[in-house]
Design a protein around this ligand. Sequence first.
Ligand code: ADP
Ligand code: MG
Length: 432
Amino acid sequence: MTIRLLPSTTVNRIAAGEVVERPASAIKELVENSIDAGARRIEVELRDGGRTYLSVSDDGHGMTPEELDLAVERHATSKLPEDDLENIVTLGFRGEALPSIASVSRFTMTSRTPDADNAWQIDINGGAKSPPAPASHPPGTTVEVRDIFFATPARLKFLKTPRTESGHVQDTIKRLAMAHPEIAFRLTDDGRQVINLPACPPLVDDESAARLERLGGIMSSDFAANALEIDAEREGIRLTGHAGLPTLNRGNAALQFLFVNGRPVRDKLLFGTVRGAYRDFLAHDRHPLLALFLDLPPETVDVNVHPAKTEVRFRDPGLVRGLIVSALKHALANAGHRASTTVANAALGAFRPQGAPFYAPPGGARTSYGLVESGRNFQAPLTHFDAQPSAAPGAEAAVLERDGVTEVEPPVDYPLGVARAQVHETYVVAQT
Ligand code: ADP
Ligand code: MG
């Protein structure tokens, strides 16, 4: 038996097994690097879902040729100045993303610092590194990855269709973009622009508005119009963000996001906690939309749990859970009878006789003001129903003979009965 130290390319490929699962994970690492580099604009490009080509460009602080050369070495990082794993304030810290990605692909990195006369570029082809050469590039950095996993065919086989891979990339970028409204993001997929998020600079004294604008741009304008602001603090832990009204819900929890110190995390704790907080407001199989941001002292949370850094461990999970539940319950209780514009409009629509003209709220069904407007317009067709519910246009009343008595059944087009009045611009009183 011979024990030997593995060559660095093999070591990097082993690490890549954990860090680079698919194009989206490479993009996650590269975009995190751009965020850590202070970028204000990040552009991602994909071809064939990232299988043949992906790139990430930023306008961040860039690298000198010496730094460029070192950045692709294993365990090389600028982000742990005090070697202090208890105090991680950057998204990266492991110093293994670039060498891992480079070991399984044809990799090019071009970078320029703001005061340099020109950019520098290095290439790594299946692990073999070229010395930095002069290149042309504006201040900032571009990483290009061609033929990802060409060096690890087993992993290549697990790639799904370009569409699926592109979907994962979009999801990854959106999550990171939610936490950074001050940065503009763009994704081009086979020449088609699929994400274009302009920077939402924080307004004076109102970071929450910028964040909500970004969340609306990603989750839907419905969310922006139907979200409650969350802002709570307990024992040095701050919880901010936006939680959707219970009436704006979905059949799965895919639109529930948690960020811990700016890092998107997938945490089972969140789903259970949210379910508990919404219990009194939502059916068991429905899920609200929300994006919550926890900010806590770095030493009270361990982010060094998994190479992909998508999980964290809280020193006091009970405290975090309690804070989330009480903040959500408080916000929901204060919201009182507010229902989301979407559901209110849907409810009103259910009473509309088939083919009959109805209201068109100004600017679509977006704002709660549109709802007030719609409530008023609702009155007109109502009086018509009051007079003769069974003779509504487009509906045939069924006449039944039963035990010699003639009964007139309400038309089937009104499954919810006949609307009589509306309360709080939300509830409809119906007669069946
Ligand atoms: P980590 O992010 O954990 O430090 P990486 O392998 O991702 O490890 O990156 C190594 C180093 O390369 C970073 O610490 C950083 O100094 C430098 N670097 C990577 N990407 C960029 C970028 N887009 N702009 C500036 N510097 C970068
Ligand atoms: Mg990194």
